[in-house]
Design a binder for this molecule. Structure first.
Ligand code: AP5
Length: 219
């Protein structure tokens, strides 16, 4: 069990699909008591619940496209008002467009972002990570068939839940997601570099090494 530390960060984890944002955000939020706000997880919960929002989101997600800005912006604005996100949080997967970044700036006002961490990973490595990713259908833990395998094949080490493959990790959806990342999300690197909050992390290393470096960047 990692030692608990205090981090009063309000940060964004930015990076391509498969860069390891979710893996690290879960670990940091457990270690440092930060709210982990993952727009992908929130949308998957909506899809699983069969809500109207989930129905709208599903077709975009399965095709590797972004869910429309107005849907996502409203969802995040409501989420960061909740009590657990009062002082410190990680936004994982948001913002992903310039419109989302500008909306976030407007809604935060004086309580500005403390860090934006860019998870840098080469594209060929990302494809291998997404192809081998498995998620626990019960607790949401993230595994990889080679890099982070479970003790028993297909069964989560934490809760014995069944592991599943995300529908948007199909080869066709991955090609589209990487294309969307390059055209719509990568311009945010310049946006946050200009605002002097961008920190680059070499995330093409073992998860434990990435975690140690990430905590140093966030302190
Ligand atoms: P979302 O769930 O946010 O997906 P993503 O950003 O594409 O990111 P991923 O979850 O694929 O990757 P990750 O960086 O979290 O990597 P992970 O830690 O899992 O979004 C899904 C969809 O929802 C979007 O396509 C869109 O449709 C919609 N959406 C979400 N937010 C939106 C927004 N703001 N606007 C509009 N639409 C939105 O790791 C990947 C794999 O690699 C795992 O198997 C893991 O075990 C392994 N791994 C992790 N770290 C390492 C390491 N260091 N070494 C080796 N393997 C590693």
């Amino acid at each position: 069990m990692p030692m608990a530390i205090a981090l009063k960060a309000r940060c964004v984890f930015l990076g391509a699909p498969g860069a390891g944002k979710g893996t690290q955000a879960k670990k940091v939020s457990e270690t440092a008591s930060l709210a982990h706000i993952s727009t992908g997880d929130m949308l998957r919960q909506e899809v699983a619940s069969g809500s109207a929002l989930g129905e709208t989101a599903r077709s975009f997600m399965d095709g590797g496209k972004l869910v429309p800005d107005d849907v996502i912006i409203g969802m995040v604005q409501a989420r960061i008002q909740l009590p657990d996100a009062k002082s410190a949080w990680i936004l994982d997967g948001f913002p992903r467009t310039l419109m989302q970044a500008e909306a976030l700036d407007r809604s935060l006002g004086s309580s500005a972002l403390t860090h934006v961490v860019y998870f840098a990973v080469p594209e060929d490595v990302l494809i291998g990570r997404l192809a081998g990713r498995r998620s626990c259908s019960k607790c949401g833990a993230i595994w990889h068939v080679e890099h982070q395998p479970t003790k028993s094949k297909g069964i989560c080490d934490h809760c014995s839940g069944k592991l599943v493959q995300r529908s948007d990790d199909s080869p066709e959806a991955v090609v589209e997601r990487l294309k969307v990342y390059r055209s719509q999300t990568s311009p945010l690197l310049a946006y946050y570099r200009d605002r002097k909050v961008l920190r680059e992390l070499d995330a093409n290393r073992a998860p434990a090494v990435v975690f140690t470096e990430l905590l140093k960047l966030m302190q």
